[in-house]
Structure formats: C-alpha cells, structure tokens
Design a protein. Structure first.
Length: 153
C-alpha cells in the first residue's frame, strides 16, 4: 500500500501520512468490508480515497501549468522508455503539478473514467480530459529530457 500512497504524494513523508491515515480509516471502517472482493482491493480503495480527500483539502492552485517550459526533443528512432526504470518513472509522476498527478493516477492506475474523476475532484469532465492530456505531454517531455541526459553521460 506504500507504493499506492507514494504515487499520490510529492515525497516520502506525504506518502507515509496518506498511508497512516489510510490504515487508520481501514481500522475504523473494517466492519463495512463485505468480503465480496478482496481485502487488498478494498484497502487500496480506502488508501486512494484518503489521498483524494487530502488533495481536495489542499490548495487547488497550479491547476494550469505552462508545459512549454520544457523543450521537446525528437527521439523518434530511440526507445525512450527503455532508458528509464519504474522508480524513475514514478519520480517523474510525482513531479507533475498536483492536479495533473491526481488525474493521471486515477485514470491510469485506478482505471476511473473522466466522469468519475470529475465528480471526485470537483472539476468538469472536460477539465479532467485536458489535465490528463497535459500530464501525458509533460511526462513525455520530461522522459525525453531524461533520456537525453542519460545519453550525454
């Protein structure tokens, strides 16, 4: 569950806070677990909901970020993803602006639809789609930049 918490956090301390609050919530609500699915899946959902609640309580600044600040480099012949390991990719996801990170995680890792994301975050469905697109563009640019750095070393 730490890896789930880490995806929704900016750093280890925030991830630990989400994890601790999540497990506190699990123990408070364990009587609501109806055993129709796996306990692990239920706990994961609780952790994600705690992360969403934390996000919703926090500042909603940074809803728009100028993605043009990162230069795009053409690497059409290179396999850029092979240059990164999973830990490096997660670190880049953590560097996304908060709302982009939340929408990206909910869509990619949790499999939520834009309508569900919009409802949970209090944004429009179009904003959810736009934020996901911007997050993907931002990540692509960062990954290309990192791949270039690795080749230069």
């Amino acid at each position: 569950m730490m890896s789930v918490s880490f995806r929704y956090s900016r750093n280890r301390e925030d991830a630990e806070e989400v994890l601790n609050d999540g497990f506190k919530r699990v123990f408070e609500k364990i009587n609501t677990f109806n055993a129709t699915g796996s306990l692990e899946g239920w706990i994961r959902k609780v952790i994600v909901n705690v992360a969403i609640a934390k996000f919703n309580k926090g500042s909603k600044l940074y809803k728009h970020v100028d993605i043009e600040t990162i230069q795009l480099v053409d690497h059409s012949s290179d396999d850029i993803l092979s240059e990164l390991n999973a830990k490096e990719l997660i670190l880049q996801i953590q560097k996304l602006p908060p709302v982009y990170q939340m929408v990206f995680n909910l869509y990619v890792f949790e499999g939520l639809k834009h309508k569900e994301i919009a409802e949970q975050l209090g944004i429009s469905e179009g904003t959810s789609k736009s934020n996901l697109s911007d997050a993907r563009t931002w990540l692509k640019k960062r990954i290309e930049y990192l791949a270039l750095e690795k080749k230069a070393i």
